[in-house]
Design a protein around this ligand. Structure first.
Ligand SMILES: [Zn+2]
Ligand SMILES: [Zn+2]
Length: 347
């Protein structure tokens, strides 16, 4: 089969590789019908995640059709159409028992990380019963694919960790796909305002389409002044950090009111300053997290009943063999205005 193979920093290609085989009794082999590229894949290609070794097939998001299942798989059958989630869950370890599947001792984020991933014609999915989700009727592959990573990440790590509640003023720093997911998820809780903050006007335009009612371009506007003007000078109830740089983390911590919450989603590669000299008296809560995907069934129902419009994330479409072109487009988001690429196999 063909797959997108990581050969080392700044080196990838669409290669012929052996077909995946069942290894454990709980595995499934799934034909990839649609897959995508994540910002994390770009970090891998920069060499930021040295644990990803040359030869690895990248990708941790897919919608596919089950081809084979191991003897221990009970609920997934050949022919089933399923979501392959970015998180694999053994269902048995301490963390899975607490629904912290992202921390699973045998799984977690392993696809396209520790084992071969979904940017391929086929993928081996461990713990198939507890790591895949059936595609509901009436939901397109484009929409459901967004449930593999960005929607639960924005919802769990941003909205739920941030405790977004009715009447809140929510500031979302960063309006890329994760920030937009956090905006969508926040709206489920009837906030008074959702303020999107980004350096790119095109992303702020997308944020408006996703439901942010206030947008701030912090290359020319002062986000703190705008947040204060909407909150009687107090600050945001919740600040969601969806970029992963020291500057955006410091901005997020500076925007919340006393007693407010800062939910970090961004993938950080270097230390960020925590200004305890100003925060220590302010009763703030800071949360971090890797997505657990415990919200995937809930979000699946919300997609099936069109409470969330996930199709608008899929701005660019390619055939599977168009991976090199899709990576170019995705890594030049400022020019291409891509949100998510969708690569689909030919039927
Ligand atoms: Zn991802
Ligand atoms: Zn586990």
């Amino acid at each position: 089969m063909k797959a997108l193979v990581y050969h080392g920093p700044n080196d990838k290609s669409w290669d012929e590789v052996p077909d995946p085989q069942l290894i454990d009794g709980t595995d499934a082999v799934i034909r990839v019908d649609a897959t995508t590229i994540c910002g994390t894949d770009l970090h891998i290609l920069k060499g930021d995640l040295p644990e990803v070794t040359p030869g690895r097939v990248l990708g941790h998001e897919a919608v596919g059709t089950v081809e084979q299942v191991g003897a221990g798989v009970q609920s997934v059958r050949p022919g089933d159409r399923v979501l392959v989630s970015c998180i694999s869950a053994c269902g048995r370890c301490r963390f899975c028992r607490e629904a912290r599947f992202g921390q699973c001792l045998a799984g977690g984020w392993i696809l396209g990380h520790n084992i071969d991933g979904t940017q391929a014609e086929k993928v081996r999915v461990p713990f198939a019963d507890t790591s895949t989700y059936p595609v509901p009727a009436g939901v397109s592959d484009d929409e459901f694919l967004m449930l593999a990573d960005i929607l639960p990440t924005g919802y769990e790590v941003g909205v739920l960790n941030g405790g977004v509640s009715p009447g809140d003023v929510v500031a979302v720093v960063g309006a890329g796909p994760i920030g937009l997911s956090a905006i969508s998820g926040s709206l489920l809780f009837s906030p008074c305002h959702v303020i999107a903050i980004d350096l790119a006007d095109s992303r702020l335009e997308a944020a408006k389409q996703f439901g942010a009612d206030v947008t701030v371009n912090n290359s020319r506007e002062d986000p703190l002044a705008i947040v204060q003007s909407l909150t009687d000078g107090l600050g945001a109830d919740v600040a969601i950090e969806a970029v992963g740089t020291p500057a955006t983390f410091e901005l997020a911590t500076g925007l919340v009111r006393p007693g407010g919450r800062i939910a970090n989603i961004g993938v950080h590669g270097v230390p960020a300053a925590l200004h305890l000299e100003t925060l220590w008296t302010r009763d703030v809560t800071i949360t971090t997290g890797l997505v657990d995907t415990y919200s995937t069934p809930t979000l699946s129902r919300l997609l099936a009943t069109h409470q969330i419009d996930a199709a608008r994330f899929a701005t660019h479409h390619y055939p599977l063999e168009g991976f090199m072109e899709a990576y170019d487009a995705f890594s030049n988001a400022a020019e291409t205005q891509v949100l998510k690429v969708v690569l689909a196999s030919s039927p």
